[in-house]
Design a protein around this ligand. Sequence first.
Ligand SMILES: [Zn+2]
Length: 232
Amino acid sequence: MNTGPKLVVIDTGLGAATYEQSKGALGQFHTNLAASGIDSKAVDTVIISHFHGDHINGLIGADNKPAFPNAEIMVPAVEWKYWMDDANMSSAPEGLVKGTHANSRRVFGALGNKVTQYEAGKEIAPGITAVATPGHTPGHTSYLISSGPATVMAQVDVTAGPALLFARNPEYQPFFDMDGPQAVATRRKLYDMAAAEKMIIQGFHFPFPAHGYIEKDGTGYRLIPLAWNPTI
Ligand SMILES: [Zn+2]
């Protein structure tokens, strides 16, 4: 986002190391950023929503150096406290949860742990307000982005994976939602609001163009994708 005074990135994808390993199939964020004519050195602020690898690994390059060398890196305070806690790490179940503890230390360690922690419920960059949406992870955060009268809710992983399936069946609890019941409650709360306010929402794992409206449909919701118009 170009807010005027600041160039802001929200989440960074799987990163350059995965891009190389997968021969370009994954981790395309940085090549897409460059193709859009944006120099990662010009980015002022990187906002991280939560600490899953597909959101933080792109903070560093394949050489383990900062991929946004001039940016302030902002992370949810709740997320930092949870994942960087040694007791939480030693008691974490094997697999995604323990792996995310280790990966968070690897990625942020490469940045010298130089981050700014932010609280939800506040405007953390011009026009960008952090909204607590826990359940997927303890400190998972979404963003209300405003420009003049227009707003977009960047929901991040309120529905992760096949978003259409989880919008239709909000009570489904995929294994990557750490607290299933809390994730369900968060989905319902955010989607009830998005439906009532006819708000455009943007989803990290939505199919292209990744923006749409939410409508209530039976006991679940329906995602109505925005028509893609390359001229706007
Ligand atoms: Zn995630």
